[in-house]
Design a protein around this ligand. Structure first.
Ligand code: 1EE
Ligand code: MN
Ligand code: MN
Ligand code: MN
Length: 301
């Protein structure tokens, strides 16, 4: 039972400074030892600096901002993640913005082609280069993974390896009009905050697993954007949206996924320590570490 912590100090998928410092704050909060205390063997090869990838001369492609930077970093992340997965290690990717999921999920699907993805987020991150309003690629990774992003030569390396019936969302509450259309057109299962209020988080997680993992026999990649949590719970993040998950609801999702025994990869994304006062940053980082521990087996009793 070994975990590989993959620190990805990357902010190219969006415009706010600081999200590239997320990984260092999580590691400095003691995540490595916390996971060892849970009985995991933990590998941490240091934060990936992507030093060989330049940010220079990277003009927009269409509306996409920093396209070459994002593409090359995600490609590097995909190979790091697939290498760890191939060795039977569980990659715990610390972001960094959510565009990195093109790399993390791309990497796990290479090793576990039948994996399902549970995407916990206030946002669907399924804009295409055409439908995006912001041009921020952290709002687009899912369209690339599904192969519905159109033909973008720079991203030709992203295999359309994710099937729509292997993806499910929990926590949605800020979905763009075009994204709503894309979700409907592709029949993608999504449990918004409305469903969570109606059914309760326990039932929603069951329904989500029923949708993508009916026999509970498929590997699970959990991609957790901390902005799924209510901003009072995780304030230090780039795109906060009111009316989010309580700490308990976020933590329960992670506990329940651990209980399946099927988790093969975890992303903890969009912690931005540069956006709030020290106490709010500490709180956000601490919540992030707690979610990782829960997904890796920390039990309350
Ligand atoms: N859908 C958004 C947000 C993406 C968030 C990415 B994350 O990884 O954090 O989940 C939002 C675009 N939206 C456009 C209209 C505006 O009024 C509000 C923002 C976009 O930029 O595409
Ligand atoms: Mn910092
Ligand atoms: Mn996201
Ligand atoms: Mn989000």
């Amino acid at each position: 039972k070994s975990v590989a912590i993959v620190g990805c100090p990357f902010r190219g998928g969006q415009a706010k400074l600081g999200v590239d410092h997320g990984p260092i704050h999580m590691v400095e909060a003691g995540l490595e030892q916390q996971l060892r205390d849970l009985g995991w063997e933990v590998r941490f090869d240091g934060h990936h600096q992507f030093e060989q990838i330049s940010e220079e001369n990277d003009p927009p492609i269409g509306k996409m901002k920093n396209p070459r930077f994002v593409s090359q970093v995600c490609k590097a992340v995909a190979s790091v993640v697939s290498d760890h997965a191939r060795r039977g290690q569980l990659p715990v990717v610390l972001g960094g913005d959510h565009s990195l999921a093109m790399g993390t999920i791309g990497g796990t699907l290479e090793v576990y082609p039948n994996a399902c993805v549970i995407w916990v987020d206030a946002h669907a991150d399924i804009n295409t280069p055409e439908t995006t309003e912001s041009g921020n690629i952290h709002g687009m990774p899912v369209s690339f993974l599904l192969g519905i992003a159109g033909n973008e030569p720079e991203f030709a390396w992203v295999k359309p390896a994710l099937r729509a019936n292997r993806l499910v969302y929990i926590g949605l509450r800020d979905v763009d009009a075009d994204e709503k259309r894309i979700l409907r057109e592709n029949g993608i299962k999504a449990f918004s905050m409305h469903e969570i209020d109606r059914h309760g988080i326990g039932k929603v997680v069951e329904l989500a697993l029923d949708a993508v993992n009916p026999n509970r026999d498929l590997p699970i990649h959990l991609s957790f954007d901390v902005d799924a949590l209510d901003p009072t719970v995780a304030p230090s993040t780039g795109t906060p949206v009111r009316g989010g998950l309580t700490f308990r609801e976020g933590h329960y999702i992670c506990e329940a996924i651990h209980e399946t025994g099927l988790l093969i990869a975890l992303d903890l994304m969009e912690v931005n320590p540069g956006l709030a006062d020290a106490e709010s940053v500490r709180k956000t980082v601490s919540v992030g570490c707690s979610l990782v521990r829960a997904a890796l087996g920390e039990a309350l009793l």
